[in-house]
Design a protein around this ligand. Structure first.
Ligand SMILES: NC(=O)CC[C@H](N)C(=O)O
Length: 309
């Protein structure tokens, strides 16, 4: 493989004329203000080799990418009991869909759609006040990225709480089925705040390194999860990480990944690297349009794929 930085520079250069494509999420008013021409990419190799380009050190709202971290925390607290509350199947529906919840009696399809992540927030809340749970999530992400400057953007959290009608509906629906242990406003307080985490591509790539390196962050030496758990989280990212676009992402990129409506994607090349991209314009499934394309180009140029060399 040629020099990683040269590949990343070429991807940035190739996509430059297309910056601004896609549709910025505006249902969260605070996200509607983001410059659609932003673009960042950071690659952290498990061997310590790094490469980055563009706005890779500018914080953005990671939104649903945070669902990987809350799932990891919930699995640490509750182990396999997590799966009593949330499934492990792709939804085939939009990220904020309510349709399956009624048929499946309030048990969301997977932890990465909104309903599933709300159920996971409920599990993270166990034994805590909402403020404590939010603090635990932030400290966990700081620990993963080895960076204690990572914080929640309170304006984004407020903006989403003020307009999160669908999420409020999802949470009430689940509570109606007896599938949430805590009051809806507490659960949503945790959910909206972790979605409002602001991180740079560099920080995000570092925080995902444990998934690329069999559960252990090679930069800090910290074992975060077991090898088997890292594999399983990667499996869920591959099958469910891009909502109704998960099949297309697996076909085009071939790596586990998790997207957010802020335009970020965290992707994992097991044994090789953790990659974060950011471009705010989204495709019709709510995934970053140019971010997906950048990852497709990177996978093609490096040969990284979970499906074979
Ligand atoms: N896909 C996403 O990133 C969705 C997260 C967003 N906070 C929401 O609940 O709508």
């Amino acid at each position: 493989m040629e020099n990683l930085q040269a590949i990343v520079d070429e991807i940035h250069h190739t996509l430059m004329p297309r910056l601004g494509e896609g549709k910025v999420a505006d249902y969260i008013p605070q996200l509607a203000h983001i410059d659609p021409r932003k673009f960042g990419i950071a690659v952290m190799g498990t061997d310590g080799v790094t490469a980055s380009a563009g706005d890779c050190d500018e914080p953005f709202s990671i939104q649903s990418v945070s669902k990987v971290f809350t799932l990891t925390l919930a699995l640490g607290k509750h182990g396999e009991n997590v799966w009593k509350r949330v499934g492990r199947e792709p939804s085939g529906s939009a990220f904020n869909s309510i349709v399956q919840l009624e048929h499946e009696e309030g048990k969301p399809r997977n932890p990465f759609i909104n309903a599933g992540a709300i159920a996971v927030s409920d599990l993270v809340l166990a034994g805590h006040t909402p403020r404590e749970a939010i603090g635990e999530i932030v400290r966990f992400v700081q620990y993963l990225a080895d960076d204690d400057t990572i914080a929640i953007d309170p304006a984004v959290a407020r903006s989403e709480a003020a307009t999160g009608y669908r999420n409020i509906a999802l949470a009430n629906f689940m509570r109606g089925f007896g599938k949430l242990d805590h009051p809806v406003d507490h659960v949503l307080g945790v959910y909206f705040h972790h979605c409002a985490l602001a991180m740079t591509c560099t920080q995000l790539a570092r925080s995902g390194l444990f998934l690329a390196a069999a559960g252990r962050n090679p930069l800090t030496g910290h074992t975060v999860v077991s090898r088997q758990r890292a594999r399983r989280i990667n499996a869920l990212m591959l099958t469910c990480g891009h909502y109704d676009g998960s099949g297309d992402f697996a076909y085009r990129v071939g790596l586990p990944g998790k997207s957010g409506v802020g335009g970020g994607i965290l992707a994992v090349a097991p044994g090789k690297a953790s990659i974060a991209v950011w471009s705010p314009g989204l495709n019709h499934s709510g995934n970053s349009l140019l971010g997906s394309l950048a990852l497709e180009m990177l996978a093609h140029r490096t040969g990284w794929s979970v499906f074979g060399p």
